[in-house]
Design a protein around this ligand. Structure first.
Ligand SMILES: NC(=O)C1=CN([C@@H]2O[C@H](COP(=O)(O)OP(=O)(O)OC[C@H]3O[C@@H](n4cnc5c(N)ncnc54)[C@H](O)[C@@H]3O)[C@@H](O)[C@H]2O)C=CC1
Ligand SMILES: CC(C)CC(=O)C(=O)O
Ligand SMILES: [Mg+2]
Length: 364
């Protein structure tokens, strides 16, 4: 197995967490004899400072030449008041558009090992396992016209039938391999985009008679997701709603730093933790690397089709959490915690041990 992976650490904690994810991938490659080639490139604030653009041509070229892109995060307060073309986040949106992936898979689960970390009562979250499928290339983040003129600011929400159909198919396919239920989240009582969304999703559902479809309004759904997360399997929604609901869902597991994502359906798949650059903790070596590490598990599953290795990483994460490893976001303030690198290397060791014993077992 040969794989070219572009690594874009980006800003803030981005490079800290991607370094741990790469370390885990190297361990898997070493044990299995895979050839993973990593090429680093700049995106976001770091690219603006160095090259004057949040997505330099060279970075885009590296990404388009790769089998997959692993990205940390972008964004820094120094760019908050800059115009759009000088914002780190614009680079990420442009990259997503160029790679073409329209379906952003964001799994959320309650880890048994972290029953002390979720702020929600354990009996509510126990067993929660939700796959948010967020449409990633449409809606308000990309709609035209946009801009600020005099005292009026404009953003446009627009969705075509085609955009809705293709992401709906991904959601139903995901549900087929899970618990066979899709909850489509919209605001069809107010927005025309959501009315079309509901109509098209209902039509697509007819091709998946084994999957149950329900519709929900985003406002009350936001409450139900936290109140009864085990009631949901696949959650299908548009770009902005998916962005907000996935960060909200982070409280089910106990930290935003745990959440991973895969963006599929385009030319090159993109893998990123759900969180941002976390400027409040950047440079301290305390960021949780699990979201980035679980993102490379998704890379092995979706791009490399190495399901067994993907599961191995996920099991290693579980084992290390069960062993009591915790970054600061997962422990009450006074208690001792592990650094980013300590958690990353514990997962790396666990992966190597599990992979070696797996192959030793199968060799006899
Ligand atoms: N995909 C991306 O690159 C994203 C970038 N951003 C950008 O990130 C910057 C900061 O945005 P915020 O709203 O503060 O969101 P954020 O996700 O960076 O941080 C929110 C909170 O979660 C904590 N957190 C985030 N990741 C963590 C990790 N791995 N381990 C432990 N704690 C973690 C942070 O310390 C902070 O308290 C902004 O410039 C924003 O535009 C925000 C979201 C996504
Ligand atoms: C461009 C990013 C800042 C948007 C975001 O928060 C996300 O995709 O999760
Ligand atoms: Mg977000």
């Amino acid at each position: 197995m040969k794989l070219k992976i572009a690594v874009l650490g980006g800003d803030g904690v981005g490079p800290e967490v991607t370094a741990e994810a790469v370390r885990v991938l190297r361990a898997i490659a070493n044990v299995n004899g895979y050839e993973f080639q990593f090429t680093e490139a700049e995106v976001g604030g770091v690219a603006i400072r160095k090259h004057g653009s949040p997505l330099p041509e060279k970075t885009l070229h590296t990404c388009l030449e790769s089998d997959a892109v692993l990205l940390g995060a972008v964004g820094h307060p120094e760019f908050d008041s800059m115009p759009r073309d000088k914002k780190p986040e614009t680079g990420l949106l442009a990259l997503r558009q160029a790679l073409g992936g329209f379906a952003n898979l964001r799994p959320v689960q309650a880890y048994a090992a972290l029953s002390d970390s979720s702020p929600i009562k354990q009996e509510l979250v126990f067993g929660a396992d939700v796959m948010i499928v967020r449409e990633l290339l449409g809606g308000l983040y990309f709609g035209e016209p946009r801009g600020i003129k005099d005292d009026t600011a404009t953003n446009t929400m627009s969705y075509s039938r085609y955009e809705i159909e293709r992401v709906a198919h991904i959601a139903f396919q995901q549900a087929r391999n899970r618990r066979k239920k899709v909850t489509s989240v919209d605001k069809a009582n107010v927005l025309e985009c959501s009315q079309l969304w509901r109509l098209v999703v209902t039509e697509v559902a007819k091709q998946y008679s084994d999957v149950k479809l329900e519709h929900a309004y985003v406002d009350s759904f936001a409450m139900r997701l936290i109140q009864a997360p085990t009631a949901f399997d696949v959650v299908l929604t548009e770009n902005l709603f998916g962005d907000i609901l996935s960060d909200e869902a982070a409280v089910i597991g106990g930290s935003l730093g745990l959440l991973a994502s895969a963006t599929i359906g385009g030319e090159v798949d993109l893998y990123e933790p759900v969180h941002g650059s976390a400027p409040d903790i950047a440079g301290k070596g305390i960021a949780n690397p699990v979201g980035a590490i679980n993102s490379v598990a998704m890379l092995l599953r979706h791009t490399a089709k190495l399901e067994q290795d993907a599961r191995l990483i996920e099991s290693a994460v579980n084992a290390v959490l069960l062993d009591g490893y915790r970054t600061k976001d997962l422990v009450p303030s006074a208690r001792k915690f592990n650094t980013t690198a300590e958690v990353g290397s514990a997962i790396e060791r666990q992966c190597a041990d599990m992979a070696i014993s797996h192959y030793a077992y199968h060799a006899v």
